[in-house]
Design a protein around this ligand. Structure first.
Ligand SMILES: *[C@@H]1O[C@H](CO)[C@@H](O)[C@H](O)[C@H]1NC(C)=O
Ligand SMILES: *[C@@H]1O[C@H](CO)[C@@H](O)[C@H](O)[C@H]1NC(C)=O
Ligand SMILES: *[C@@H]1O[C@H](CO)[C@@H](O)[C@H](O)[C@H]1NC(C)=O
Ligand SMILES: *[C@@H]1O[C@H](CO)[C@@H](O)[C@H](O)[C@H]1NC(C)=O
Ligand SMILES: *[C@@H]1O[C@H](CO)[C@@H](O)[C@H](O)[C@H]1NC(C)=O
Length: 432
């Protein structure tokens, strides 16, 4: 079964967007979910959409250990621009809130080993009512972003129709390419067309976009996380083959560190997003984030699972009447990640199964619980019990013993550090 997945993934990767970017899911910070369209800098100077906000986040990313883990994009969303284009018809940042301009902000990021992302919309207006980038403005705006040395562009779809989108999203891919600057391209197109074939052609998306929003916006609540996860796993037969190096399904931002999730729910979002090979864009306030939320977002094993080089999106493989679900993502070196998730609302549930019931082949496996760092060995036939908290997860990295070598913890020749010292993640849990 796993071999078939490998063959499919490499066959499709030949069609990937050819800008060489985002071979693993992009990681960083994105303003929208947490800061929305707050432009009231007079009354809310710390939280309004202004260059100060992005500078603050860049400082936190570069000084608090995020950048080294891969969180390098600092992405502006809607409401950054002036209501008017300049005298040459070019988009311009709001002069009061971005007095230094976008180019200077990009330089600020680059000086710190970070990247800058920006936002536009394929319709007459952005969702927030700012100037859009309709068909006749695509080349001009792509060139403007390249002139500003922007590294990523999210192209939203408010105030456009299906016919315009069908022209505009591929045209923008061409225009970005023509600038000669590698710019990661995030397309909201499928989200505006229901996210599924026949209206959405994932083969084509993989050719023109690095990532795409398939579904609605995330909100700061567990209901929203669950609704998104359910949609993605219910449609996994369509979505899993669409993903691969350079082309990712995007279930939207991480809301860990905000107001809506408990610690267990935060661990669940991180685990499920890693299984989905999702882009990891946090939308939170890195200036005030709790140490608990930070530990989840900075968990090195989960990040390396999310960033696995094969880029195979995982699936839900078990859905029990008890409300327990099991998810599996195939990883490099014949390893895999398992997530045991509970939809229950009563108490920790002791779920009993075996690896052979989960279709693992005969053998002894090494297991690391990624949130507690506990390691153990397990025969495929050995019955085990995981205790899964209500709306929480247990997440495992699973490999055959011979495969669990240190190089797992290295990426791009750089050590990711030991997986054995992140006490903040430790939660008491019955394990085996
Ligand atoms: C543009 O596309 C060509 C061919 O598809 C590719 O070789 C090149 O790297 C691309 N350039 C950029 C800047 O994306
Ligand atoms: C889409 O919008 C264009 C105007 O840009 C209009 O000419 C066209 O009829 C619209 N198509 C549909 C299907 O509404
Ligand atoms: C989807 O897009 C691919 C690549 O652009 C194309 O070859 C294929 O014919 C399209 N499929 C459908 C059903 O339109
Ligand atoms: C993975 O397993 C297959 C057969 O099960 C084996 O042929 C292959 O060498 C293994 N790959 C690695 C990297 O261990
Ligand atoms: C295991 O494989 C069998 C046979 O292919 C399949 O019916 C079953 O759904 C699989 N179970 C899991 C948990 O993947």
């Amino acid at each position: 079964m796993r071999l078939a997945v490998f063959v499919l993934a490499s066959a499709l990767s030949a069609f990937a967007l050819d800008n060489g970017l985002m071979k693993t899911p992009p990681m960083g910070w994105l303003a929208w979910e947490r800061f929305r369209c707050d432009i009231d800098c007079e009354n809310d100077p710390k939280n309004c959409i202004s260059e100060n906000l992005f500078i603050d986040m860049a400082d936190r990313l570069s000084e608090d250990g995020w950048r080294e883990l891969g969180y390098v994009y600092v992405n502006i969303d809607d409401c950054w621009s002036s209501m008017k284009r300049d005298k040459d018809g070019r988009l311009q940042a709001d002069p009061k809130r971005f007095p230094g301009g976008i180019h200077k902000l990009a330089r600020y990021m680059h000086d710190r080993g970070l990247k800058l992302g920006i936002y536009g919309d394929m319709g007459t207006h952005t969702c927030g009512g700012y100037p859009g980038t309709p068909l006749d403005k695509i080349e001009l705006d792509a060139q403007t972003f390249a002139d500003w040395e922007v590294d990523m562009f999210k192209y939203d779809g408010c105030y456009s129709n299906a016919t315009e989108q069908e022209k505009g999203y591929p045209l923008m891919a061409k225009a970005l390419n023509a600038t000669g600057r590698p710019i990661g391209y995030s397309c909201s197109w499928p989200a505006y067309q229901g996210g599924l074939p026949p209206k959405v052609n994932y083969t084509q998306l993989g050719e023109i976009c690095n990532l795409w929003r398939n579904y609605g916006d995330i909100q700061d609540s567990w209901d929203s996380v669950l609704n998104i996860a359910d949609w993605f796993f219910e449609n996994q037969d369509v979505l899993v083959p669409a993903a691969g190096p350079g082309r990712w399904n995007d279930p939207d931002m991480l809301i860990i560190g905000d107001f809506g999730l408990s610690m267990d729910q935060s661990r669940a979002q991180m685990a499920l997003w890693a299984i989905m090979a999702a882009p990891l864009f946090m939308s939170n306030d890195l200036r005030t984030i709790s140490s608990g939320a930070r530990a989840i977002l900075q968990n090195k094993m989960i990040i390396s699972i999310n960033q696995d080089a094969l880029g195979i999106q995982g699936r839900r493989i078990v859905k029990e009447k008890s409300g327990i679900e099991v998810f599996l993502r195939p990883l490099s070196n014949n390893a895999s990640a398992l997530v045991f998730f509970s939809r229950r609302h009563d108490m920790p549930y002791r779920y009993q199964t075996t690896l052979s019931k989960l279709n693992y082949t005969t053998g002894r496996y090494k297991i690391i619980d990624v949130y507690t760092d506990k390691a153990t060995e397990l025969k495929d036939s050995t019955s085990f019990v995981v205790s899964v908290n209500p709306t929480g997860v247990v997440m495992w990295y699973v490999s055959a013993p011979a495969d669990l070598s240190l190089h797992y913890f290295y990426r791009g020749g750089k050590p990711l550090g030991s997986a054995y010292h992140d006490d903040d993640n430790a939660v008491p849990r019955v394990f085996l």
